[in-house]
Write a protein that binds this ligand. Structure first.
Ligand SMILES: Cc1cc2nc3c(=O)[nH]c(=O)nc-3n(C[C@H](O)[C@H](O)[C@H](O)COP(=O)(O)O)c2cc1C
Length: 206
């Protein structure tokens, strides 16, 4: 399941896009080895880097999806993200990577705090809503204000509220490190929304 509202950076093939595995897609290959599974090992140099092909490769890594929220001057802001990681237990730190094109993150940064809301598999619509820039993303949602002032979505798997500890520049994204101030598991019976190869899915235990 995938919709047109998902930003191109996080989706599958773009019009005219070539991928490793296409017959003509060899531009960044300096050395290649065909593996048993049909995969190709690709070595790259900085000046011969195929961003789209690399993005496709990174799409092999399955993640959950979160909504990062904040409320500068009490006005809620938020965006969908997959770049969420648990960073440290002592002290308790998490990190998320906002793109430099995000319009919500600068507002959230200014508030000095953010909340990471982990989505349920049933919340594809919520993800798509927060994966767009602009508009009132909160009007159809139940939410409350957390101890940091950041919005907490009423329906989610869990949330982690943080104060912004540090932000590190990282290419076309930054790494925003948050110090955990509060957290809660909201639904331990349902499964997470997953994102894999540009599509949404759900968890199935093996
Ligand atoms: C599954 C998924 C994962 C995403 N992960 C990130 C992410 O980690 N960081 C980011 O900045 N944007 C991410 N995005 C894109 C933003 O949600 C999108 O650019 C959004 O329009 C930003 O909204 P804003 O302009 O209000 O900040 C993701 C989108 C989707 C659908």
């Amino acid at each position: 399941m995938i919709t047109a509202s998902i930003p191109q950076l996080y989706t599958t093939r773009l019009p005219g896009e070539r991928r490793l595995g296409d017959s003509q897609s060899t531009v960044c290959i300096l050395s290649a080895r065909v593996d048993k599974g049909g995969g190709v090992t690709t070595a790259v140099s900085d000046d011969q880097f195929d961003q789209k092909d690399f993005r496709t490769t990174m799409g092999q890594f399955c993640t959950g999806v979160v909504i990062a929220t904040g409320a500068p001057d009490g006005v809620p802001a938020g965006f969908a993200a997959q770049s969420f990681v648990s960073l440290s237990l002592d002290p308790p730190l998490v990190a998320i990577c906002p793109g430099k094109g995000s319009t919500s993150w600068p507002k959230i940064r200014d508030s000095g705090a953010f909340c990471v809301n982990m989505l349920l598999a049933s919340q594809v619509d919520v993800c798509n809503n927060f994966a767009q820039s602009g508009g009132d993303k909160f009007s159809d949602l139940a939410w409350s204000t957390g101890v940091t002032g950041a919005p907490i979505l009423a329906d989610a798997l869990a949330y982690v509220e943080c104060t912004l500890e540090n932000e590190v520049d990282a290419g076309d994204h930054t790494i925003a490190i948050g110090r955990v101030k509060a957290y809660k598991r909201l639904d331990e019976a349902s499964g997470p929304l997953l994102f894999f190869r540009g599509k949404y899915g759900q968890f199935q235990e093996l």
